[in-house]
Design a protein around this ligand. Sequence first.
Ligand code: ZN
Length: 342
Amino acid sequence: MDLMRELCLAPGISGYEDEVADIIERELKDVADSIERDNMGNIIATKKGSKKAPKIMLAAHMDEIGLMVRFIDDNGFIKFSKIGGITDSILVNLTVTIHSSVGEDVIGVIGSKPPHVTKQEERKKVIPSDKLFIDIGAKDREDAEKMVAIGDEITFNSLFVEYPNNLIMGKAMDNRAGCYVLMEVLKRVETDATIYAVGTVQEEVGLKGAKTAAFKLNPDMAIALDVTLSGDHPGIKPEEAPVVIGEGPSLILSDAGGRGILTSTSVKELLIKAGDENDIKYQLEVSDGGTTDGSAIQLIREGIPTGVLSVTTRYIHTPVSVCSMDDIESTIQLIVAAINSL
Ligand code: ZN
């Protein structure tokens, strides 16, 4: 649990994944035969197998959605860019941390026009992010520039809480849950195959790191580790999100209506067999929503057989989400069983 807490609290918007990579390096340096960071910033931990055995790439993106300092106005207020898929409605009056390149971390609040001076019809509308700003208590631009700079990374401030029933609540479950699975699988797996455990960069802004890492490694098979929507809370229908917390990992058959991944048959069969033969719970998912690193990896070189296992998670792409340590554990067990069966 301490490792999961540390992963969730670590800052790492797209392009700023180093702190997460540092955790992965620390955890895997004694487990892997080699560990390296490539030109993009991906971290690749390799457990070498025999020459004849297959090479398997496991990919978990390290980046989280967040904001970036775009402009500082004359009064010292900060305008920001959204990095990754963020809905404007979640931003108003959030507290954030600006990871300053010129000094200490700075806490800020996303300010907006107060309700007292908002017209009736305005109150019903979502305030677009370009009308929002961050207040860091600066007296003017010069004062603000002593604290932060253009391009600084901004993350959401969220607690990490252990809920009852082995659930956890915190920031960036997307995709620190996948990073946790990645590390545990490398620690536990016993196989003749070569395993590349890859923490990828810049997934939330276009599946970028996975592309270059897959090209470099040229694996025989790949599994992306991520999170997926849970359909078990008010406001969402089972038909909109048919998988739920507590029923094991979601084995994605198709996402983004087939424009993302259509999971390779060989990988699908391997994972289903591993689940069935070892009595590990899993759920099958066909989704119309977003996609994962798996879609990028599948299309590298001549095509790489690829699948996706996702931890079912509530409130993805908001400042805070909820998932189950039991599901994380069954995801680990399923992948370890699949790899060990090769
Ligand atoms: Zn993700």
